[in-house]
Design a binder for this molecule. Structure first.
Ligand code: ZN
Length: 445
């Protein structure tokens, strides 16, 4: 059972757990931190990597019609002219005349500064792209941008990828990578940050089939979150109103998660039409149309894009896994992650630190590590070590005790049921596989 007894938790609880157990730290903390910038610790780095691997597996490795790329963060500045980001990727900014605090005008409720009650100056459009300089000269000619989305690399590489992979339309190009947006008001822990990681896929299809594919990728994305354990009642598909659509989009929907502060988007599935390919054709002078050799017809493909935030998805997995059992001193905090999302799948714990157990425990660890992501822990009492593994969501603990030296068997303890079974070491790998498979089936949201 990965059914949680709690229906939710507070952000403070998760922020404190994240720090205590090594999921997430504030960036540059010894210098007082850098606002809204976060670092993943040893446990969080594994969590986030598992989220990305699960996505890559579902999106690229398990499909014949999607290939992956990994493009550079820096791109030719004309990319952002053609894509419209240079002109249109802006938020309306207002500045308080008294305290000089800046706000996004569209997020303000009143006419005066919420900080001091002062009046605002004239609103202006603030471009969200980070600017930097390439080479030793800091002038306009050397200006480049940190990409605000990974998607453009899939458009400008469309022809290279299509011809080298010999894919025929419909097919997609996926990428995981960092993007940067100079948000006026970041916040809510790792939910909205200026540096973040995206998992995006551009699916190129024949014009006229785009609505069908939009529908398909909305369903696919929703099922993906549920498959990896997010509860269905915490997810919502919200279709955008016409006035919410960005300049490139014909239709768009968000998959939202019920965060402690309210619904927030994890993923946007957009119908970007032929906007981007046409814009890059016009700007670069390179024909990016596609010849359909079955239909004997040339056209510019339409694009449907599922774009997911890796950091906010990792945060949603963390929040959604959180559970408490029992009360007072007996209270147990447990993260009921899906086994493929859990930072570690198996912890190997010698019952005591005595040398007599250590070599056997190390042997068991060496046996398991090629097959599972494992952790070895021989500090503190066994009870505290179980607690720690529960708090980082490790599905199974393998305990090596003094009987092991006689019977060559170990105990597997299950995170969710706390049941313990004795298993001969020679059957251990298979027994762990079975238990993890059961936990996978139980984790469906
Ligand atoms: Zn003010």
């Amino acid at each position: 059972m990965a059914k949680r007894t709690l229906t939710g938790t507070t952000l403070d609880t998760i922020v404190s757990l994240a720090k205590r157990r090594g999921f997430v730290f504030q960036s540059s903390e010894i210098y007082g931190g850098l606002s809204s910038v976060w670092d993943y610790g040893p446990v969080g780095a594994e969590l986030k990597r598992n989220v990305k691997d699960a996505w890559w597996k579902s999106m690229v490795r398990e499909r014949d019609d999607v290939v992956g790329i990994e493009a550079s963060i820096l791109m030719h500045p004309d990319v952002w002219v053609a894509s419209g980001h240079l002109d249109n990727f802006t938020d309306p900014l207002v500045e308080c005349k008294d305290c000089n605090k800046r706000f996004r005008q569209d997020q303000l409720e009143g006419e005066v500064c919420p900080n001091c009650g002062g009046a605002f100056g004239e609103p202006r459009q603030f471009n969200l792209m980070f600017k930097t300089f390439m080479g030793p000269v800091e002038d306009d000619a050397a200006t480049v941008y940190l990409r605000p989305e990974t998607a453009q690399a899939m458009f400008v590489n469309f022809e290279n990828v299509q011809t080298t992979s010999r894919k025929k339309i419909p097919f997609g190009i996926a990428q995981i990578g960092k993007s940067f947006r100079n948000e006026i008001t970041p916040g809510n822990f790792t939910f909205r940050t200026r540096e973040f990681e995206q998992m995006e896929m551009e699916f190129f299809c024949e014009p006229g089939t785009d609505d069908k594919w939009h529908e398909y990728w909305m369903n696919f994305s929703m099922e993906w979150f549920k498959k990896y354990g997010i509860r269905g009642d915490k997810l919502l598909l919200r279709v955008h109103e016409a006035d919410e659509l960005p300049h490139y989009s014909k239709a768009s929907a968000d998959i939202e998660y019920k965060f402690p502060w309210g619904w927030g988007e994890l993923e946007t599935i957009s119908n970007r039409t032929d906007f981007d390919l046409k814009a890059h054709s016009a700007k670069s002078g390179k024909d990016l149309s596609y010849f359909d050799d079955q239909k004997k017809e040339r056209y510019v493909p339409f694009v449907v894009e599922p774009a997911m935030g890796a950091d906010r998805s990792a945060l949603a997995f963390l929040l959604d896994a959180y559970d408490e059992e029992g009360e007072g001193k007996e209270m147990r905090v447990v993260l009921r992650f899906h086994p493929d999302i859990a930072p570690f799948q198996v912890a190997v714990l010698p019952l005591s630190k005595k040398d007599t157990l250590n070599s056997t425990a190390q042997r068991v660890h060496d046996l398991l590590r090629p097959h599972f992501n494992t952790q070895y822990d021989d500090t503190q009492s066994i009870g505290r070590r179980y607690r720690r593994q529960d708090e980082i969501g490790t599905p199974l603990c393998v305990t090596v005790d003094f009987d092991t030296l006689d019977d060559d068997a170990v105990t597997i303890r299950n995170r969710d049921t706390m049941e313990q079974v004795r298993v001969p070491i020679e059957n251990l790998e298979a027994a762990i596989r079975n238990q993890l498979n059961e936990m996978r089936a139980d984790s469906q949201g």
